[in-house]
Design a binder for this molecule. Structure first.
Ligand SMILES: [Fe+2]
Length: 376
């Protein structure tokens, strides 16, 4: 064998086994090898321009060899030559998932978290992309952060949200104003207590990141109540695995309807991520529709649902504080459960302006901000 050859490639019916630089070997499917050839991608758009669907036959190598840490394949049907660096192949050996900088382990928190919530000054965020990356990291890891020094304007909220992504409308528009309304269509628009919930589960996909900009808060009462749904659900998993299984596997109906809209969806109360870890919860008694599940199944489901609902109200989890004018609380709407104590409407002014952005776009932003040489 030529001295430049570092090992043998073994051709098999549908793929080949290639020795890697770390002394192991790995199997790769021929479709995969042909489809992901570096020449398949347009250098400008970075998108795949090769059409694997247009190949008449399964791709099969005429030859395959390793030379100077490069696997070189000559394909039988068209003579195309594909070259892969062995280090690149090592990243995908045995179905290894592509490394994702935004896939960060969550740090669960409990009722005493208020003083530890990371704070970010709005003018500083506008001036410093590294600080924006830290802010997003907090939202990925802890699910909640407070932006301080917010100017008292509608634009300030838009400007802040746009640091993370585009404004994500819901069926009631791009922004919402939480204050006492004359003819309320939603409990949030009254002075009554607002039970612990995540927002708008009646949508196909509930909005990802919520912003609540406090413009005024001089009323008696009206404390904010926030808790980490992932912390509570993780405890339920340990304490009552049967209940956890029911709540993380069963879709229940949610709705939101009034004169001219009738939103409906089905969601799981406990959401899991791709690793099987609890990513959060979807809970809202005021938007839970009448459960149209078999009644004998509800013999099992309702006790689990009620047990978890009570857990969410436990002093172990609920952080109680007063949101001040000039603060904007930002949180993962699929993880952080929030509510409000009742207040006395005539005692002063209480006004929160809110909007949402998308979680996928937030992760995209984080990857772009934290990959050297990428962000412009
Ligand atoms: Fe809400």
């Amino acid at each position: 064998m030529d001295s430049e050859f570092s090992g043998h490639v073994m051709l098999q019916p549908h793929g080949l086994t290639v020795p890697l630089n770390d002394g192991t070997s790995a199997y790769f499917n021929y479709f995969w090898l042909r489809d992901n050839c570096p020449s398949s991608f347009d250098s400008q758009t970075r998108e795949r321009i090769f059409d694997i669907f247009a190949q008449a036959d399964e791709p099969v190598p005429e030859t395959a060899r390793i030379s100077r840490d490069i696997l070189e394949i000559v394909w039988r049907n068209d003579g195309h030559v594909t070259r892969y660096a062995l280090d690149f192949l090592a990243h995908y050996a045995q179905g290894t998932k592509r490394t994702d900088p935004a896939d960060l382990p969550r740090r669960l928190w409990y009722a005493d978290h208020y003083t530890a919530i990371p704070r970010f000054s709005q003018p500083a965020l506008l001036a410093d992309t590294a600080l924006v990356a830290n802010w997003i990291k907090t939202l990925l890891v802890e699910g909640v952060a407070i932006v301080t020094d917010m100017p008292d304007s509608d634009e300030a909220l838009t400007q802040t949200a746009r640091l993370i992504g585009h404004i994500r409308p819901t069926f009631f528009g791009e922004y919402f104003d939480v204050r006492t309304h004359i003819a309320p269509t939603n409990l949030a628009y009254t002075a009554r207590a607002l039970e612990l919930h995540t927002d708008t589960p009646a949508e196909d996909v509930a909005p990802g990141v919520q912003f609540l900009h406090c413009r005024a808060n001089s009323v008696l009462g009206g404390d904010s109540l926030f808790l980490d749904g992932a912390a509570a659900a993780t405890d339920l998993r340990a304490e009552c695995p049967e209940d956890f299984a029911l709540l993380s596997q069963t879709h229940i109906p949610y709705y939101c309807e009034h004169d001219d809209y009738d939103m409906r969806s089905r969601q799981k109360v406990i959401e899991l991520d791709e690793h099987g870890e609890v990513s959060g919860v979807t809970i809202s008694q005021h938007m839970a529709d009448i459960f149209d599940l078999p009644q004998d199944f509800l013999d099992l489901y309702y006790p689990a649902f009620v047990r978890f609902g009570r857990m969410l109200q436990s002093p172990k989890y609920v952080m109680r504080f007063r949101l001040e004018a000039g603060e904007c609380i930002v949180f993962d709407n699929h993880r952080i459960v929030h509510g409000r104590a009742a207040y006395t409407a005539e005692s002063g002014e209480r006004y929160l302006r809110g909007c949402y952005t998308d979680r996928g776009e937030m992760r995209s932003r984080y990857r772009a901000l934290t990959t050297p040489g990428r962000f412009k």
